[in-house]
Design a protein around this ligand. Structure first.
Ligand code: SF4
Length: 385
């Protein structure tokens, strides 16, 4: 078995935690996350953090964590002291292993040297910068507040502060973005020598300002154009030796995102905050999505749970496959994978070279078809005995 497959499989044993910070300076037009738009409404940040800490204390003790991920929303609206408060609560309740990954998502305009240094001094060792593009026109059409220069400066600030892993988040396929503009973005991103890169195609989600604009006649992203841009990214990142380890993620070996690796390996992770999803003792649970309800429940001493689910063995194995297919090293086929290869669609995908069986792992060879393969796996019915 390849080293990459071994690393990916063993990630299932790493325990992690996710902390959701739902506040944003402004709601970007394409984003369908439940965020609190600080330009429109008051953000009760201190009260929210008290609730997060109370929620951490409600969780039963566990063994030490390998990764903590502050996601959002915009975690970089927090001061370093506020991040430290939450980290201390996590350390106290569960503990962190030596060298645990502590990652924060940040907007480039927030990421000054003093802020990056302060976060580094409280234990943050990874940053995910929402750079999105190095083309000013694309950034404007995405409604982002930073400039390409601020994107670049944010990377430099992370280096100066001593942050060990820098991820650049990119978005491709905005209507109006040319292939040359995207090439320029990728070349500039790779020129900054990030340890990690994530790139997602822009999608039009229902209920967003972008979907209303498209309904009113604005141009929408084009799937063929996005496929060309994805191929270009694969080619350029390959040329500089950045390892493509998941459909949308690239890293220098050793800098793969531990938190994400655990989730794709169907590992267990705690989740705190609004709308957060966790997975512990084979139960998936999700928190409520309304801020007032979340605060009220926690302040009344109740877990802010909206629901939970325990899958049967077959569904659980199907979920394992569904999650693991995203990884370039594939996923151990197991009973569900072998049953899938016996179906008409499994045989068709195998014959067409879309999927392959390598060392008992099911591997998707055409990354752009991963979602289609995963849908076919999800549609697989449990055999009746
Ligand atoms: S900053 Fe991120 S989470 Fe906040 S609105 Fe924009 S895309 Fe959504």
């Amino acid at each position: 078995m390849s080293e990459a497959a071994e690393t990916a499989d063993s990630a299932a044993l790493q325990r992690a935690a996710y902390v959701h910070i739902p506040f944003c300076h402004r709601h970007c037009p394409y984003c369908d996350f439940a965020v609190v738009d600080m330009a429109e409404e008051a953000a009760p940040v201190d009260r929210y953090l008290e609730a997060i800490i109370a929620e951490i204390e409600m969780e039963a003790p566990w063994s030490s964590l390998h990764a903590v991920n502050f996601g959002g929303g915009t975690p970089s609206i927090l001061s370093a002291d506020q991040v430290e408060l939450v980290l201390d609560a996590i350390r106290h309740r569960f503990g962190l292993v030596d060298g645990a990954e502590v990652s924060v998502e940040a907007n480039p305009e927030d990421w000054t040297i003093s802020y990056a240094s302060a976060l580094h001094s409280v234990g943050v060792n990874r940053v995910s910068l929402g750079v999105q593009s190095f083309d000013d026109a694309v950034l404007r059409s995405l409604g982002r507040q930073h400039t390409p220069e601020e994107g670049q400066r944010a990377v430099e600030n992370a280096r100066t502060a001593g942050i060990g892993t820098v991820n650049l988040d990119l978005i491709f396929g905005t209507a109006g973005e040319t292939l040359e503009s995207w090439r320029h973005t990728v070349e500039r991103a790779l020129g900054l020598e990030p340890e990690h890169l994530s790139a997602y195609a822009l999608t039009v989600e229902r209920g967003t300002a972008l979907s209303r604009a498209v309904r009113d006649g604005a141009p929408e992203p084009d799937a063929d154009d996005q496929a060309d841009k994805y191929d270009l990214l694969v080619e350029l990142s390959d040329a500089v030796g950045l390892g493509h380890y998941e459909i949308s993620n690239w890293a220098i070996p050793g800098h793969e995102c531990r938190y994400n690796m655990a989730t794709w390996a169907q590992g267990e992770y705690l989740a705190f905050g609004l709308g957060a999803h966790g997975h512990r003792a084979q139960v998936r649970r999700r928190n409520v999505r309304r801020l007032d309800v979340y605060l009220k429940m926690v302040e009344q001493g109740r877990r802010p749970e909206a629901g939970s689910e325990r899958l049967n063995a077959w569904e659980r194995d199907k979920e394992r496959l569904f999650l693991g297919l995203r990884r370039r090293s594939g996923v151990i086929a197991g009973d569900v994978g072998m049953s899938f290869l016996d179906t008409e669609s499994g045989k068709r995908l195998l014959d067409a070279g879309v999927i392959e069986l390598v060392d008992a792992h099911l591997v998707v060879r055409r990354p752009l078809l991963t979602d289609a393969v995963a849908r076919e796996v999800l549609a697989l019915k449990e055999p009746s005995n």
